[in-house]
Design a protein around this ligand. Structure first.
Ligand code: C2E
Ligand code: CA
Ligand code: CA
Length: 528
C-alpha cells in the first residue's frame, strides 16, 4: 500500500464521514422537527379542550343564572308596567350583561326595564324567535335604543299557557367578545371566535353579524352549549406558519451542530491514531524476525525485528505507512513500547531459535530518541530481557539524527547499556557523512536500494565501494540489506561486507517460523 493510496483513503474516509454525518444530521432534523411539531400541536389541542370546557361551564352558569332571574320576573307579567318598573329596572341594572328586560303579554312587549311603558309586537322586534318554544334565542345587530351594538335576545315563555298567548320575559344581552379574544389570543397566529345563534353569527373577525353559512370551516372547533340554542366556535390552528418556521429554524441549527459534532466524533474514531490504539488493544500487531547472517561463514548472526499490523478489515498495513503516521501523530512512543512488549512475549521462541550472543535488531524512530520517556522505556525493556543473552542493536535512520540535539549523549547512554547502534538506510538521506564522523556508530546498513543495483547498474558500484571503504575506515561493521540474488551475495562477500540479510536468505518470519527455520537451516546449506 503506497502513501498515495493512504492519502486517497484518508480523503475518501473524510468524504464518507461527511456523508454519514450529513445523513445523521438529516435524520436528527426530521426527528426533532416532527417531535417538536407534534408536541406543539398536542399542547394546543390540550389548551383548546381546556378552553372549551371552561367556556362551556362559564356560559352555562351565566345562562342558568339569567334564566332563574327571568323565572323570578315572570310573575310580573300579570301586573301593569307601572307596578313593576322599579323592580324590573333594578334587576336589569344588577344582572351582569343584561341590557334590558322586556315583559311580554300576549305577544306584546308592554314594559321595558330601560324605557318603561311601551307597546310593540315582539315578533316585529325579534322576528326569528320562535315564541312557541319555552326558551329561544336570537342574535340581532342592535336594539332600537342602541342600534349599532349586537345583542342576544333570550326569550323565556311562561309555562302552562295555551298556544296562542305568547306571554313571558325577554332579555336582551350585550354581546362583547373582548374577554374571549383575551382568552384565545395567547398563542395562535390568528385566533377567532364566533357565537352562533339560529342562522346568524357574531364573530371576532367582522363588525357585523354574518350568516352562519358564511362562517369559515377550517380550523373550527365547535362548542354546542347544552340546553340552549347557542354554539361557540373557536378558530385556531394547532400548528401555525410561525410555529413551523421557528421549529424548522431551531431544528436546522441544532441538526447542523449535531452533524458537525458527529463528523468530528467520526473523524476522531477513524483517525489513524485511534485506529492504531484500537489495533494495539485488539492485538492486531505482531513482530516478524528477519535473520541476519555473517558473510564470511554464512552463520546466523541474529535477527531484525519488523513490526506488522494485521488490520481486521483493511488487511496487512505496511510499516512504511503506519510508522510515518505514528511519527507524525505523536504515536511512536506507544507503538515502540508495544513493539518491546511483543518482543518480550516472543522471548521463549526467540531463545529457542537463537543462540546466546545473537544480535536482536530493532528499528527505533528518531523521534522516540528525543522523547522524555526514552530512557525509562528502554530500561524497562532491558529489565525484561534475559541477562546477557541478546545483543541489542538499535537501527536508527540518519534522517532523524539531524533533529536530535542530544544524540551524542543518548548514544553514549545506549552504549553503556551494551546496546549497539546501526545507521539504517545509509545513503538515502542527506549529508550523512557528518554523522559517521560525529557519532560512535557500530553498524552501517547499506540500503537495499544500492544492493538492488548490483549487477544491473554499474554506475552505483563505485558509490557502494566508497560506502564500504568508508565504513571500514571508521571501524564500523557493514550490513547489506535486501540481498536477493547469489550475484549480490558474491559481490558483497568479495568486498568483505560483514553481515547480510534479504530474501535470498530468508523473508521476515513469525517467531514460530523462526524456530523452525533455525532448526532446519544450517550454515552449510547457505554456503553452497
Ligand atoms: P528497514 O528497516 O529498511 O527494513 C527492511 C525492510 O526491507 C523490511 O520492510 C523488510 O521486510 C524488507 N526486506 C527485507 N529483505 C528484503 C529483500 O530481500 N527484498 C526486499 N525487496 N525487501 C526486503 P518492512 O518490514 O516493510 O519495513 C519497512 C520499514 O518500516 C523498515 O525499513 C523500517 O524503516 C520500518 N519499520 C519496520 N518495523 C519497524 C519498527 O518496529 N519500528 C520502526 N520504528 N520502524 C519499523
Ligand atoms: Ca532496519
Ligand atoms: Ca532500508
Amino acid at each position: 500500500m503506497g502513501l498515495k493510496g493512504a492519502f486517497a483513503r484518508h480523503v475518501s474516509q473524510k468524504r464518507r464521514g461527511l456523508i454519514a454525518s450529513g445523513l445523521v444530521a438529516l435524520i436528527f432534523f426530521i426527528v426533532v422537527t416532527s417531535a417538536t411539531l407534534f408536541l406543539i400541536s398536542h399542547q394546543r389541542l390540550q389548551y383548546q379542550n381546556q378552553l372549551k370546557t371552561r367556556t362551556e361551564k362559564l356560559t352555562l352558569n351565566y345562562l342558568d343564572h339569567l334564566k332563574n332571574m327571568m323565572q323570578e320576573i315572570m310573575p310580573l307579567t300579570s301586573k301593569p308596567c307601572a307596578a313593576n318598573l322599579s323592580n324590573l329596572t333594578y334587576r336589569a341594572a344588577f344582572t351582569n350583561g343584561v341590557r334590558t328586560f322586556l315583559l311580554v303579554k300576549d305577544g306584546i312587549a308592554y314594559c321595558s326595564s330601560a324605557t318603561g311603558d311601551m307597546r310593540l309586537a315582539v315578533n316585529h322586534l325579534y322576528p326569528e324567535i320562535d315564541w312557541q318554544k319555552p326558551l329561544d334565542m336570537q342574535l340581532q345587530q342592535g336594539t332600537p335604543l342602541v342600534p349599532d351594538k349586537p345583542v342576544i335576545a333570550l326569550w323565556l315563555r311562561q309555562s302552562g299557557q295555551t298556544q296562542e298567548t305568547n306571554t313571558g320575559v325577554l332579555a336582551t344581552l350585550d354581546l362583547s367578545l373582548a374577554p374571549y379574544l383575551l382568552m384565545t389570543s395567547q398563542n395562535n397566529d390568528a385566533p377567532g371566535l364566533a357565537i352562533v345563534v339560529g342562522g346568524k353569527a357574531a364573530t371576532t373577525f367582522s363588525q357585523n353579524l354574518i350568516p352562519k353559512t358564511q362562517l369559515p370551516k377550517n380550523h373550527a372547533h365547535v362548542l354546542e352549549i347544552p340546553r340552549y340554542p347557542l354554539a361557540i366556535i373557536f378558530y385556531s390552528q394547532h400548528l401555525t406558519a410561525n410555529d413551523i418556521r421557528l421549529t424548522l429554524l431551531g431544528s436546522l441549527v441544532l441538526s447542523l451542530m449535531f452533524g458537525v459534532l458527529c463528523y468530528f466524533a467520526l473523524m476522531l474514531s477513524h483517525s489513524p491514531e485511534r485506529a492504531m490504539m484500537r489495533g494495539i488493544k485488539r492485538g492486531d500487531f505482531f513482530v516478524e524476525y528477519q535473520p541476519v547472517f555473517h558473510t564470511d561463514n554464512a552463520s546466523l548472526a541474529g535477527v531484525e525485528a519488523l513490526l506488522r499490523w494485521q488490520h481486521p478489515t483493511e488487511g496487512r498495513i505496511s510499516p512504511d505507512l503506519f510508522i510515518p503516521y505514528a511519527e507524525n501523530e505523536g504515536m511512536i512512543v506507544p507503538i515502540t513500547r508495544h513493539l518491546f512488549s511483543l518482543i518480550v512475549a516472543d522471548l521463549p521462541q526467540l531463545m529457542q531459535a537463537l543462540p546466546r550472543g545473537s544480535k536482536l535488531g530493532l528499528n527505533l524512530s528518531p523521534s522516540h530518541l528525543s522523547s522524555p520517556t526514552f530512557h525509562d522505556d528502554v530500561s524497562q525493556f532491558l529489565a525484561k530481557l534475559p541477562d546477557n543473552y541478546f545483543t541489542l542493536v538499535f537501527e536508527i535512520t540518519e534522517r532523524g539524527m539531524v533533529e536530535e540535539e542530544n544524540a551524542q549523549a543518548k548514544f553514549d547512554w545506549l552504549h553503556r547499556q551494551h546496546i549497539e547502534i546501526a545507521i539504517d538506510d545509509f545513503g538515502t538521506g542527506h549529508s550523512a557523512l557528518i554523522y559517521l564522523q560525529r557519532f560512535p556508530l557500530d553498524y552501517l546498513k547499506i540500503d537495499r536500494g544500492f544492493v538492488n543495483t548490483i549487477g544491473q547498474d554499474t554506475a552505483t558500484v563505485p558509490v557502494l565501494d566508497a560506502i564500504i571503504t568508508l565504513a571500514k575506515k571508521l571501524n564500523m561493521l557493514t550490513v547489506a540489506e535486501g540481498v536477493e540474488t547469489a550475484e549480490q551475495v558474491n559481490f558483497l562477500r568479495e568486498r568483505d561486507v560483514n553481515l547480510m540479510q534479504g530474501y535470498y536468505f530468508s523473508k521476515p518470519l513469525s517467531s514460530t517460523e523462526l524456530v523452525e527455520f533455525c532448526r532446519t537451516n544450517t550454515a552449510v546449506d547457505r554456503q553452497t
